[in-house]
Write a protein of this length. Structure first.
Length: 548
C-alpha cells in the first residue's frame, strides 16, 4: 500500500486533516475498529470558541491558561483561540449542524462548562461528537482521493535514514515513511510521504474510563518507540462525572449538565462544591474531580450525585436526550432523581510533543488531537477545548504539508523491509495477555489516580516494570494479535505516566502529589527521549511553558 499521506485514526483530527490533504494528493486513513469507533463520536459537550459579541479572545485565552495551571504555551493558546470561529464556520460548511438560537448574537445556542467565564460551547445537544463524526465521515467516505481502511491495526511506524529539509530533526537522522499495518494475521508496510498519528487517548490504561475501547495509547507508544519526544504524560484528566452503575462502565454525564445548573451533592443531599472552590460546580475539572475523590474517601460512599431535577423536565429531555435515555434505561429519571456519578479517566493532556504545525520531533511524522501535546492544555485541559485543538491543528498541519508539497510531490518513497516474524510461535493461551491487561488497569487505578503519593507511585513502577518486560518478551516470542499489540502499547504508556508522575515533584493542575502539595514557582515540562535501544529511555525536566 502506498499513498502520499497516511492518517492513523478516524476521529475529528484525522478526518479533518485527511480531507484537507486530499486536496494535495492521495490519502489512506487506517483505523483499527470501525470508522466511528472514536472518542470524537462519544464527545457530548461540544466545541469551545469565541462566537458571541460579549465574549473575547482574551477571555477564552485567560480561561484556558488558568485551567492549564501555568503550563500552557500562551502563543499556542492564542493561535488556537483566534482560529476557533473560522474552524467552526468550516465545520458548518462541511455539514455539521450545531444547535441554533435566534436570540443570541452568534446565532448559536452556546453551552457553558467548568472553567469558562461565559457561554461559548457550540453543541449539538449532548450528541456533538456524533454529529461532527457523521458529517466528516460522509465527506471522507465519498472522496475519490481518500481510502478509509477499517479493522486494520497499526503495529509500528516505518523509519528510514534521512530527513526532510526544514523539518527539525536534531537528535536523529531518521524519518518516518509510513507504518506496519496488521489485518488478520498479516502485517504489511503502508508507505507514505507524510504520516499523521491521530489515534486518540490512553483512557484504557485505567480501570474506569469514559473512553471507548480503542483508547490504548497506540499513537504515543509507537511514536515513542520510533524516537519521538513525548511530554507531560503525568497530566491525565479525570472527568468528575461518569455514570456510576454496575452495568455501565464508561457513560459520561456531560459537564454541560453542571453548566445548565446541575449541582453535586453527597448521599446526604447536601451540595459540597462550595466548600472547595468559589466557582462551585463550575470549577475546573482538576478541582472538581479532587473534591469528589476527597468526599468519597471521607464518607466511605461509593459515589456522589449530580442533581438537575430542579430544571423543567421538557427542557432536560430536549437538551440532554442521550443522557436522559441512558439514565432512564438504568432506572434513573434525571428529571426527578439525582444521578449517581464518580470520576473516571477521560483525557490525556500530555502526548507526542509537537510544534505549532503539528510536527513531531521526527521528520515525516505529524501528531494531532489527543495523541499530541501541543502546549494548549498545559496541566489541565479546559472543557471543550479538545475538539477545537483537533480542528485547528489539522488545519495548521495541512497548510504545512501544502508548503512542503513542491519538495515532496515528485519524491519516491524509500522501500522498507517486509515484516519479519522471526522465530515467533502461536500463542496458545489468551489468559497470559488478559491477566496483564487487568493487572495494569488496576495498578494504575489504585496507585496512579487522582491523588498520588511517592510510595504508591514507587510500588506501581516496580510492578509495571516487571509487566512491561514480560509483555515485551511475549511480543517477541509469539505471533502478534491486535490484543497483544494493544497490551504492549498500554504497558509502555502506563510506565511513562508513572515515571513522569514521579519526576514532577510538585502538585499542579491534574497532578496532585501528597508528598509535594505545593506548586513550584517555575513552570517545568517533563520530556521523554529514547536512548539508543528500544527499551532504554531518559526523562528530562525542562524549564518553561509549552513546547519551546
Ligand atoms: C463533557 O461533555 O463533559 C466532555 C467535554 C470535554 O471533555 O471537553
Amino acid at each position: 500500500m502506498e499513498s502520499d499521506f497516511l492518517v492513523i485514526g478516524s476521529g475529528i483530527a484525522g478526518l479533518s486533516y485527511a480531507l484537507k490533504c486530499a486536496e494535495l494528493g492521495t490519502v489512506v486513513v487506517v483505523t483499527k475498529k470501525k470508522d466511528v469507533d472514536t472518542a470524537t463520536n462519544l464527545a457530548q459537550g461540544g466545541i469551545a470558541a469565541v462566537l458571541e459579541k460579549d465574549d473575547s479572545v482574551e477571555s477564552h485565552v485567560q480561561d484556558t491558561m488558568v485551567s492549564g495551571a501555568g503550563l500552557c504555551d500562551e502563543s499556542v493558546v492564542r493561535m488556537v483561540v483566534e482560529s476557533g470561529p473560522e474552524r467552526i464556520k468550516e465545520l458548518v460548511a462541511l455539514g455539521v449542524s450545531f444547535v441554533h438560537d435566534k436570540m443570541s448574537s452568534s446565532g448559536y445556542s452556546l453551552g457553558r462548562e467548568g472553567g469558562h467565564s461565559c457561554r461559548r460551547v457550540a453543541h449539538a445537544y449532548d450528541l456533538t461528537g456524533r454529529e461532527i463524526e457523521r458529517a466528516l465521515l460522509e465527506k471522507v467516505r465519498c472522496h475519490d482521493k481518500i481510502r478509509l481502511v477499517e479493522e486494520h491495526m497499526v503495529v509500528d511506524l516505518l523509519m528510514v535514514k534521512g530527513g526532510i529539509p526544514g523539518w527539525s530533526n536534531s537528535r536523529q537522522q531518521r524519518k518516518c515513511v509510513g507504518a506496519y499495518v496488521m489485518e488478520g494475521g498479516r502485517v504489511e508496510p503502508y508507505l507514505a510521504k507524510v504520516t499523521a498519528v491521530c489515534s486518540g487517548g490512553v483512557g484504557k490504561v485505567y480501570l474506569y474510563t469514559t473512553n471507548p475501547d480503542i483508547a490504548t495509547g497506540d499513537g504515543v507508544a509507537m511514536a515513542f518507540r520510533a524516537g519521538a519526544e513525548v511530554s507531560n504524560m503525568e497530566f491525565v484528566q479525570f472527568h468528575p462525572t461518569c455514570l456510576y452503575h454496575p452495568e455501565e462502565k464508561n457513560f459520561l454525564i456531560s459537564e454541560a449538565v453542571r453548566g445548565e445548573g446541575g449541582v453535586l451533592i453527597g448521599a446526604d443531599s447536601v451540595p459540597f462544591m462550595e466548600r472547595y472552590d468559589p466557582r462551585k460546580d463550575l470549577a475546573t475539572r482538576d478541582t472538581v474531580a479532587r473534591a469528589i475523590d476527597k468526599e468519597l474517601k471521607e464518607t466511605g460512599e461509593d459515589c456522589v450525585f449530580l442533581d438537575i431535577s430542579h430544571r423543567d423536565s421538557g427542557y432536560l429531555k430536549k437538551r440532554f436526550p442521550t443522557i436522559y435515555e441512558k439514565c432512564l434505561s438504568r432506572g434513573i429519571d434525571i428529571t426527578k432523581d439525582p444521578i449517581p456519578v464518580v470520576p473516571a479517566a477521560h483525557y490525556m493532556c500530555g502526548g507526542i510533543k509537537t510544534d505549532k504545525n503539528g510536527r513531531t520531533t521526527i521528520a515525516g511524522l505529524i501528531a494531532l488531537g489527543e495523541t499530541a501535546c501541543t502546549g494548549l492544555h498545559g496541566g489541565n485541559r479546559l472543557a471543550s477545548n479538545s475538539l477545537l485543538e483537533a480542528v485547528v491543528f489539522a488545519d495548521r498541519a495541512s497548510h504545512y504539508c501544502r508548503e512542503l508539497w513542491p519538495e515532496l510531490k515528485g519524491k519516491k518513497i524509500e522501500k522498507v523491509d517486509n515484516w519479519k516474524s522471526g522465530n515467533a510461535t502461536e500463542l496458545s493461551e489468551e489468559i497470559i495477555v488478559n491477566h496483564n491487561w487487568d493487572s495494569i488497569r488496576r495498578i494504575m487505578w489504585n496507585y496512579v489516580g487522582i491523588v498520588r503519593s511517592m510510595q504508591r507511585l514507587g510500588l506501581a513502577k516496580k510492578r509495571m516494570e516487571a509487566i512491561y518486560q514480560e509483555v515485551d518478551q511475549h511480543y517477541r516470542d509469539y505471533y502478534i494479535t491486535p490484543n497483544m499489540v494493544e497490551l504492549r502499547n498500554i504497558s509502555l504508556i502506563a510506565l511513562l505516566i508513572i515515571q513522569s508522575a514521579m519526576k514532577r515533584k510538585e502538585s499542579r493542575g491534574l497532578h496532585y502529589l501528597i508528598d509535594y502539595p505545593e506548586k513550584k514557582k517555575s513552570a517545568e515540562q517533563t520530556v521523554f527521549r529514547r536512548k539508543g535501544a528500544e527499551n532504554t529511555w531518559e526523562i528530562e525536566v525542562m524549564e518553561g511553558q509549552g513546547n519551546g
